[in-house]
Structure formats: structure tokens, C-alpha cells
Design a protein around this ligand. Structure first.
Ligand SMILES: [Zn+2]
Length: 445
């Protein structure tokens, strides 16, 4: 009996220890404002020194600011370090645990898709349940599986289709798990596509097939929600010795490992042991390959920085249809600013943010020749970063939806996207001719 009691006690103690949350009490978020290339270099050396700071942005020459998260015992060192070099900085969040405590509230009610709210963040189980319920409710919605994860989870998405013969928009989101605003915004877009009364939104839903994956790194996303997990986990969860995870947006087979990535499993930019070594990127890419000839527009959602990026990340040369893509993108960020005044910048990945290779948007552009590929770095601009408060989900969703619809609108004007037209005998010939011209034009991109 005593032994039994002891065993139960041991199990209870073990459980208490094993589910103890990784907390961020008195962790401070800094917004560092380098004034020169010299200061950028000093920050880069600090990042590479092995010091235990979490750099949410890389110190690169184009950086306007760099968010750094510091544990309490290292804050004095960091502030003294920056003071000694005259580097300006602000404290934007003195105690980031307070933000974390306020953001974990969402609970979705099964069979009530209206219970998904736009001022709460949801975990994977809730998002997947919501997608299942949408598929059960709407005849034009079906569940799609874009691949699997290392821990055996499905990369679940939905297809919205009002009939055959439509060109497609593909949305991939949440590949970096701590960027919670990306899946939340993607869910908001799904909701608008299905429920909005806006005529332009309805037309976009009707005229194209939408393939949407809110969470393409499900293991990482689950880890950011688990009590024993880490709210600021970015990578997948495959173990490498005593380290975990690959940066899944450095693992795609395009100029793999060339820029902003490395072979160190402890790094947040670990590219993996080889291109497409990771089942998440590999299986999702196989899914995309199978339908590549349908896709006119590919969108990837990340945060943060308020930047609209387009390929490529390995060169600042204006390759492929760069000028058309920039023209369309500029109008999209104009539409984004309309409702809440949120200002974005735009550029190819290498000129607007930093050289980075092995990314999904580069891969779909280079390998599959998808006409238009964009990556949104959503809100904000250095204040809350990955801890964006949930009261910003709705405005972020609204402005991003406006922007995506403007992308579609301008892409149609330039002939990159051809909406579905009901086939009357009079229109069949003209649509066929138009399709032929678009295909011919793409061959020369
Ligand atoms: Zn990201």
C-alpha cells in the first residue's frame, strides 16, 4: 500500500514538473534602432556571439529596427552593451508574460462556426475543428490535406470552389509557428470569403478556387500553445541530437542554404540537413506540384514588419515579371492602408528585408513559374512583434482581406488571373481566346 501511494505521489510530482510552463516573466522586448552600418555590424556580432538573446529580426543593412527579447538576468548586460556603443533602443514590452497571459483565451464551440471570434487566438485543434465544421456546412467547401508533419499531424486546409474549371488562389500560412497573427488572419479571410456581403469578395470567391492552409507547421504551432511548450517557438519539432526543429521556410529546394540560413540545429534559421529534408515542406510542395498549372496567385502569410515581399530572396535583380508584380503589389498595399491607415513597404525579399533562400515563395516562382507570388509580413512594426495583442486580429484581418482582394483585382486587370465565366455559347469562344492569350503571355514571363 505504501509503495502504491509512493508510486502515485511520484507520478503526480512527475506530472507537475513535466507540465510546468515555460514562462517569460519579466522578459523584456526591445526595439533597437541602429543608426549606421557600424551599429548593425555590432548587433550582428552580438547575435553571433552565442549570447542568449532572442533576435526576432536579423541585424541586416536594410533593418529599420531590430526586436530583441531578453531574459531578466541579461537585461542589464544588454542595455550596458548598447549604451557603450551609443546604440539607441526603446523598451516596448517590459514584461512579455503579461501579454502572453492576456492572449490565450479562444475556445471554439463545435458545430457552431460563428463561435470563432476575431479577438482571440485559437489552438490547432480548434482551427481544424472549425475547418471541419465549415466543410460540413457549406457545399462549396471541402477539406484538403496538404501533407503531414514529423509528429504525424495532417497539414489541413480547405478548398472553396463554386464549380469546375476555375483558376486558383493558394494561401499558405503559419509556417513559422510563433507568428500567431498569420493563421488568425488566414482564418479571417476564410470567414470573409464564405460570409461577406461585399460584392467584390463574393465575386472573388465565386470566380476562383481557393486553396487555404492556415497552419503549415502544425507541430510547431501546437508547441507554442502547450503549457510545457514555448510561445516563441519558430521552427518545426523534429529532434536533432539535443536540439529541435528546422526553419521550414529555409528548407525548400531553391538556392537552399545560400543566404540567411545555416547548418546549426540550435539556430532559428537552421535549413535542415538538405533541401526538402523535412516532411512538412516536402509533402506540401508535392501537393502544390500536383495542382501547379491551376495556380495564378500564391500568398504566404508571416509576421511581422508590415512588408509585402515578392521573389526573389537571393538577388536584388528584378527578375521574371518583377515590374508587373511590384505594380500590382503597390496597389495592394494602398488598399491595405485604406481602412486603418496601416503603412506597408514593398520590395523583393532581398531588397526589402534581407537575403534569404529556401523559401516557399521563391520555390513556387522559380520551380513552378507561378505567375504571382507574394509574402505578407503582417503587423506590427517593432512594438509587439510576435506577441501581437488579440485586439489587433480583426483590424489586421480586415485590412489584409482588402489587400488580397485588390491583388486579385489588379491581377485580373493585367491578365494574370482569368475569372471563371459561365459558359454561354457566345462567351465560350471569347474566353477560350483570352485564356490562350494569357497562357501565351505567361510563356514569355
Ligand atoms: Zn515568418
Amino acid at each position: 500500500m505504501a509503495l502504491k501511494t509512493f508510486s502515485i505521489l511520484s507520478i503526480l510530482i512527475f506530472l507537475c514538473v513535466s507540465i510546468e510552463a515555460i514562462r517569460f516573466d519579466n522578459y523584456t522586448l526591445y526595439k533597437v534602432l541602429p543608426k549606421s552600418l557600424e551599429e548593425i555590424k555590432i548587433l550582428e556580432d552580438l547575435q553571433n556571439s552565442g549570447a542568449e538573446y532572442d533576435f526576432w529580426d536579423d541585424p541586416v543593412p536594410t533593418a529599420e529596427y531590430i526586436n530583441i527579447l531578453s531574459k531578466p538576468e541579461l537585461k542589464n548586460d544588454l542595455e550596458n552593451f548598447m549604451g557603450s556603443y551609443g546604440i539607441d533602443f526603446l523598451v516596448t514590452v517590459p514584461n512579455i508574460q503579461k501579454l502572453i497571459d492576456n492572449e490565450k483565451k479562444g475556445k471554439y464551440t463545435r458545430n457552431n462556426d460563428k463561435s470563432m471570434k476575431w479577438d482571440e487566438y485559437y489552438d490547432l485543434e480548434d482551427i481544424y475543428a472549425w475547418l471541419d465544421d465549415l466543410a460540413a456546412k457549406f457545399s462549396q467547401v471541402s477539406i484538403i490535406e496538404g501533407g503531414t508533419s514529423y509528429e504525424g499531424r495532417v497539414i489541413k486546409g480547405i478548398k472553396i470552389s463554386h464549380g469546375p474549371d476555375r483558376r486558383a488562389v493558394f494561401i499558405e500560412s503559419g509556417i513559422h509557428s510563433r507568428e500567431w497573427i498569420a493563421p488568425a488572419t488566414t482564418n479571417y479571410i476564410i470567414n470573409e470569403l464564405l460570409y461577406s456581403d461585399n460584392e467584390e469578395f463574393k465575386a472573388a470567391t465565386r470566380d476562383f478556387d481557393w486553396y487555404i492552409f492556415p497552419v503549415t507547421n502544425p507541430d510547431g504551432y501546437v508547441w507554442t500553445h502547450l503549457p510545457e511548450g514555448d510561445r516563441f517557438w519558430r521552427k518545426s519539432r523534429r529532434p536533432f541530437g539535443d536540439q529541435f526543429g528546422v526553419d521550414l521556410n529555409r528548407n525548400w529546394n531553391t538556392n537552399w542554404l545560400e543566404k540567411s540560413s545555416n547548418l546549426n540545429p540550435a539556430s532559428n534559421n537552421y535549413a535542415g540537413p538538405g533541401p526538402f529534408s523535412e516532411i512538412e515542406a516536402r509533402s506540401l510542395s508535392a501537393y502544390i506540384i500536383d495542382m501547379a498549372d491551376k495556380i495564378d496567385l500564391y500568398i504566404s502569410f508571416h509576421s511581422s514588419g508590415q512588408i509585402l515581399l515578392l521573389p526573389f530572396g537571393n538577388t536584388t535583380d528584378p527578375l521574371a515579371n518583377y515590374y508587373d508584380a511590384m505594380w500590382i503589389g503597390r496597389r495592394a498595399i494602398g488598399a491595405l492602408a485604406f481602412k486603418h491607415g496601416t503603412q506597408y513597404t514593398i520590395g523583393n525579399i532581398a531588397e526589402a528585408i534581407y537575403f534569404a533562400t529556401g523559401t516557399s515563395v521563391d520555390w513556387v516562382k522559380e520551380r513552378l513559374n507561378i505567375p504571382l507570388a507574394y509574402c505578407y509580413e503582417l503587423r506590427d512594426k517593432g512594438v509587439f512583434g510576435h506577441a501581437l495583442p488579440p485586439d489587433q486580429i480583426k483590424p489586421t484581418g480586415e485590412e489584409t482581406m482588402d489587400s488580397v482582394i485588390e491583388l486579385v483585382h489588379q491581377a485580373k486587370r493585367l491578365g494574370y488571373m482569368v475569372p471563371y465565366v459561365e459558359k454561354s455559347s457566345a462567351s465560350v469562344l471569347s474566353v477560350s481566346i483570352l485564356m490562350y492569350l494569357v497562357v501565351a503571355a505567361k510563356l514569355f514571363l
